[in-house]
Each structure stands twice: as C-alpha cells, then as structure tokens.
Design a protein around this ligand. Sequence first.
Ligand SMILES: Nc1ncnc2c1ncn2[C@@H]1O[C@H](COP(=O)(O)OP(=O)(O)OP(=O)(O)O)[C@@H](O)[C@H]1O
Length: 601
Amino acid sequence: MNARSRHLVVAVVTLVCVAALGGLPALLNGYTTGLFTTALIYAILAVSLDLVWGLTGVIDLGHTIWFALGCLGVGIATTHVDPVTALVTTVHSELSRYLLGTVGGAVAAAVVAVVIAAWVFSFRNGGSLYVVVVTLAASVVAGIIYLKTGSFTGGDNGLFGFSYTELGPRGGYWLSLAVLLVVVAGALVFARSDYGIAMRAVRDNEGRAGYLGVNAFAVKTIVFVIGAVVAAIAGALYGTVSGVASEPLVQFSFATEVVIWVAVGGRGTIVGPAIGAFGMSLLTSYLNTEYAAQWLLVQGTMFVLVVLFVPRGVLPALAGLSRRLLGRPASGTDIRTLRLASAGARSGGEPAGEVAVDISRLTVSLGGLKILRGVDLTVRRTELLAIIGPNGAGKSTLLSVMADGRARVGGEVTLRIATRLGHRGRPPFRLARAGLTRKFQIPELFDSVTGAETLVLAVHRGRRLSPWRRTKDIGVAPEVMRVLRIAGVADQLNRPVADLPHGLKQGLEIALAIASRPAVLLMDEPTAGLTHDERAAIGEVLKRLALAGTAVVLIEHDLDFVDAIADRVAVLHDGRVVHDGHPRTVRESDAVRTAYIGARE
Ligand SMILES: Nc1ncnc2c1ncn2[C@@H]1O[C@H](COP(=O)(O)OP(=O)(O)OP(=O)(O)O)[C@@H](O)[C@H]1O
C-alpha cells in the first residue's frame, strides 16, 4: 500500500468513527449519554496531559488542578452573584456567564501554570525531578485551598446545580465531541510540526537539545501552559454539562487515573491517550459502583503490565503489530527529504584571521582535582586548530567549557562571533544560536527523533520553529550533504536515531554540527570509528569549512590525520598547553615528547 492509499484508509476510518460517535446519542438514553459525554471530556483532558508528559517528558502529577480550575471558573461565574457576573448577566445572555467562566478558568490555569513552570524548570538540572514533587504537592495544597474557601468553591459540598440546561444531554455530548475533535486535530498538527521535534528532543535528551540551540526551558514552559489551558477548557466543559465542581477533582487519585489512561493508551501519540481515557473512564463509570475495589485492582495491574511489557502503550504496540503483519517499515509516513541550499552567509561577519575564541588563564577544578590549570589559547577564523594530548589531559573538559558558559571556571573565555559575546553564564542554547556548535565524542542524540528531524533543529539553530508547519524539504549546505553521503547516512535519515549503527550516528553528529553554518565549530574526535577513507574525506570537508571562514577546533589522537588537515596544533598535558604551533613543530618539541612519554610511563 503506498502513502496515498494509506492516507485514504486513515481518512475513511476516521470519518466512519466520527460519524459513529456522532450518531451514538440516538441509541442511548439521557443518563448513558451523560456517561459518554464525561468520557469524551476526559479524553480531552488526557490529550492535554499527553502534550505535556507524552511529548515533552514533563510529568505533571497535578494536571487535574487545571481541569478543576476550568470547572470552578464556570461554577463560580454561574452561581455567585457578585458585581462582575451580575453586570455580565444584565448586559449579556446566560450563556455569557459560561463563556466568562471558561475564559476565567483558563486564564487562572495559565497564570498558575506559568508561575509553577518558571520556578520549577529554572532549576539547574531542568527540574525533571522537582516538577514531580512540586505538582504532587500542588495537588495537595489545591485540595486544602478548595476546602478552606468554602464560600467561593462550595467547600466540602462543592458547587452544584449550575449545568447549562438549555444544552440538554445530546447538546452536551455533541459539544464535547466537537471540542475533542478540534483538540485532537490541533494536538496532532502541533506534535508533527517543527516545534513538535523540539518537544520530543527535549523529552529524549534535554541537555543535548541545548547544543542544537533549543531553549528547553521555553519549550517546557510553553507546552506546560498550553496543557494547563486545554485541561481547563475540558474542565469548563465538564462544569457546563454536569453542573458539579468539587474537591475530588484536584485530588491526586484523579490525576493518577489520567496518567494511567495516557500510559495505557500510548503516550506521545495523542490518539492513544484519547482512546485510553474514553474507554477506561467509561468502564470506570459502569464498574465503579458495583466492583469499585476490583476495578481499581484491574486498573493498577493494567498499568503495571503496560509499563513492563508495552512501555510505549497499547496503541503503538498494536500499530507495530499491524506493521509487522503487513510488512511495512516503521518510518513509512514520516518522510522528509533534503535539498541543497545555496551556501548562505556564515554566522558572524568578522574578517578572516580575527580571533573568534580567546581563552585566558582558564582553570577548572572538580573537587580537589585540578583538570585545567591556567590554559591560554586563541582560535582564529579560517583556522583549523587541533588539540592533542595524552588521555586525561583535559581536552574534552576544555571543549565542554567553551560550549557551556555556565561551567564553574576561573579565568576567561571570550567569544567574538557575531559581535563580541559574553561567554560567562550563557547556557549552551544561547551560544549555539550565536554560532557555536559542538560535536560530542560519543554520539548523543534523541532516540525517537529521526536524523532528518534533528537536521531541522540544527538548520534552524533551534529557533523560530513553527508550531503548525512541518518542514518536509530541509535545505542543507553542500558540505552537510557531502558528510551525510560519506558516512552513508544520507538514505537512512527517516529512521529514528536509536536504530542507526554507531558509524552512521557519528556521521550524523558531524553533519548536525556543520548544518547550522557555525562561526565556531568544536569537534571531539569526530572521526573515531570511521574508516580511513571516510576520515580522509571528512578531514577535507573540515579543512574547506575552515577556509570558508569557520574557526574549527578538533580533538584528535591520530597525528597523521592532524598533520594532513590542521593549521595549528595545541598540545595539552596535565591541564596545561605545553606546545602551540604549526603541525610540523609538534614531533620535534621536547615538551610534547615528555608529555607523551611521561603519560605512557
Ligand atoms: N565528571 C567528572 N568526574 C570525575 N573526573 C572527571 C570528570 N570529568 C573529567 N574528569 C577527569 O578530568 C581529567 C580530564 O578529563 P578529560 O575527559 O577532559 O580528558 P581528555 O584529555 O579529553 O581525555 P581522553 O583523551 O581520554 O578523552 C581526567 O582525569 C578525568 O578523569
């Protein structure tokens, strides 16, 4: 089956499902329609959590707080007669109270979510553990606040009797179905957009995403707030059709249930969590009255089984099974292609030969261990500098410090990229956006993201990624194309990186590092694991890049390779530069000989 007929099948199946769901109330009584309506609303809630947790990797254990805020917004706007709502009622229809409540709830959720996100995600390690603790604590605090503000929230009894009766059970059902369809469609577009790549990159390897220019803090904050707003809209809908707002909505047990729906359905797939929530919440409403304890046990067991045997969830497992039965490759629907882009301007417009990186008296200590002991080094534009030295000399540390302005160091690193750029305190994503890129010694990419998608991030330097557009033709410079071909990865770009063998990952890493047209290119043993011919060809590419204006810094062990391509060689030994000069002078240097012989001894 080709891509077009596959799309046709998906479209027909979707239409049939939507038509069946739309016609369902004709077969149901009012009570059952209400149960199905609630299941649809919970599906919206699950999709909102999937954006945050499934796609971006942020575990929000207080996600139902946003749902409760939306529900309360409607409850408060329709049951309290205060000057604001009274004014609205006299000026507009009753419906406006519901709309006001929805907007109010969504705004309140957005404000609280921004505060929590800005605080938690600013922790040094990106806050991945803190967000679990803080959102869990937030649900407890929200419960206490709910009960203590009885006059406003209804306290122990909650607020009730405020449903929008004109809607009727069928109207509520169709409204919920319409909102669910809009939310699922929007979430799918968002997830498949260029911004969606950044979300998955942050989820898979937040630290690495920064070196491609992705601002993980902003991505997590934005998605966390979007998730909160969508959950609040679901909550407002729940309030509108059920007319009940109560404290259990913010309880941790409800939030856990939503996590289970998402996990069982298949996190990160949008449709899976929607189906999981719809099915499991319907079962809950039928089984909870008579078999409450047993059903709880079944849900818990299901969660454990999914985590153990199908960690990606039931829907992806079924999709994988059908692919195997039909003999289709996994990457069939997500094809992106490369095209040659003209060799546009390199970042920074300073003349050739200008100093691009200026390092003076640089010291790095780790506990009592002095790794760098006063390094002075400059790197110029149009220069390829090789750093060599025995194992443990501090080469990788030096490169890491150059690529991350937050490292705790003594001395100075100054960058003159576009303009003179302060280095100290700047996170990797800022340096990457300014034109400094890095290739890691051991390829470190994003398991679930394809090579082509990673190139989208690199080409954009993690900026201005559209939340709806999907770059299908990626414009890359000729040298990027050349590296991809040399390493044999050019025709493997639509496979998730986790499936690529080491050599191909290595080639992809090099291509990524040069795809953003950097002013300063830092490479830690770029050709380790490649064949002799591949090394020579990549060496040629690096040499040409330097000639075209990039300052290239290379850590290398192979002296013949260094001889062939480097303009200058700095020898690092025991945290100090013991030699700095033309490659010819290296073998004759006493200091170098002592360093290597000493290291061997
Ligand atoms: N996170 C760390 N924890 C403990 N020791 C570290 C850490 N990072 C670096 N070191 C130590 O600092 C020294 C320099 O390490 P670095 O990796 O910079 O050297 P290198 O010259 O790149 O070595 P190699 O050629 O083996 O990669 C080594 O002795 C290493 O053990």
